[in-house]
Write a protein that binds this ligand. Structure first.
Ligand code: IPD
Ligand code: CA
Ligand code: CA
Length: 267
């Protein structure tokens, strides 16, 4: 199966799991929330969505392994591995705030070659495969042409369980506040990336992320003409736990602000 067909089938599976999430949102009972750690919420919706994704993707590409947030399957594939966040934005979901999505990327070795980010609330399916461009539903998308940080809207995620780097983070936020159109904290890293790809914001940065938060969205940004890196260097932004994504034009300005205040970037 070629990447284009894989992408089409992945989108169908993500849409169907998204429909399940949308349906459960109507009757969601907060007493079903479980805590995986401090401020780390999960529910049966995350878990069942992940089971549905793993079942569908296993059928689609039997030789692929899995890296999943909720641990449904952790078989390693020799060449291919699906990286799955069944519900990115769980905290929003449990508060009935309709900003969450299904996010899946396919690794070929250590390179993401196919990705989908499906937002069931807005019925927006962001997708891309290597060399095929980026799309929202059937429409091609590309990053914004804003030339500089002074014309940019920046998305980020605030720390919510590890406050060790809080002071540095607040300084970085201050830097962006003073030099951009503003900062948004939507609550879904995968949608933040999709929105950079679609030109709805110019940049996104966050630390303490996992591969499943960014795998799907990263190739969508790349195929939409954007740029990705770690905070102050190039390198593995999928597994590196920190990411800067942008329209390209503002990337070095973003990295400079981070570099100025971020003294403990993990290498
Ligand atoms: C979270 C969201 C959030 C980000 C967190 C992630 P989850 O994922 O992407 O925006 O700030 O770092 O863990 O837990 O809702 O899948
Ligand atoms: Ca996530
Ligand atoms: Ca999740």
């Amino acid at each position: 199966m070629n990447l284009s067909q894989l992408s089409q089938n992945l989108n169908i599976i993500a849409r169907s799991v998204g429909a399940f999430i949308r349906q459960e949102a109507e009757t969601f009972d907060t007493s079903t929330i479980e805590m995986k750690g401090f401020n780390d919420l999960v529910s049966y919706v995350d878990k069942q969505a992940e089971v549905q994704l793993v079942e569908g993707l296993r059928e689609l590409l039997p030789e692929a392994g899995f890296i999943t947030e909720e641990g449904t399957d952790s078989t390693k594939g020799e060449r291919y591995n699906w990286v799955i966040d069944p519900l990115d934005g769980t905290t929003n979901f449990t508060h009935s705030l309709p900003i969450y999505c299904v996010s899946v990327g396919l690794l070929d070795g250590d390179e993401v070659v196919v990705g989908v980010v499906y937002d069931p609330s807005r019925d927006e399916c962001f997708s891309a495969y290597k060399g095929g461009g980026a799309f929202c539903n059937a429409n091609p998308i590309k990053v914004s042409e804003a030339p500089a940080l002074g014309n940019a809207l920046i998305a980020t995620g605030f720390p919510y369980y590890d406050f060790g780097l809080m002071q540095q983070y607040l300084q970085v936020l201050g830097g962006f506040m003073a030099k951009s159109h503003g900062i948004r904290r939507l609550g879904s890293a995968a949608l933040d990336l999709a929105y950079v790809a679609a030109g709805r914001c110019e940049g996104f940065f966050e630390y303490n992320l996992n591969a499943w938060d960014v795998a799907g969205g990263s190739i969508i940004v790349q195929e939409a003409g954007g740029r990705l890196s770690k905070f102050t260097s190039d390198g593995d932004y999928v597994f590196g736990r920190e990411i800067v994504a942008s329209n390209g034009n503002i990337h070095s300005e973003m990295q400079e602000i981070i570099q100025e205040h971020w003294k403990q970037t993990a290498e």
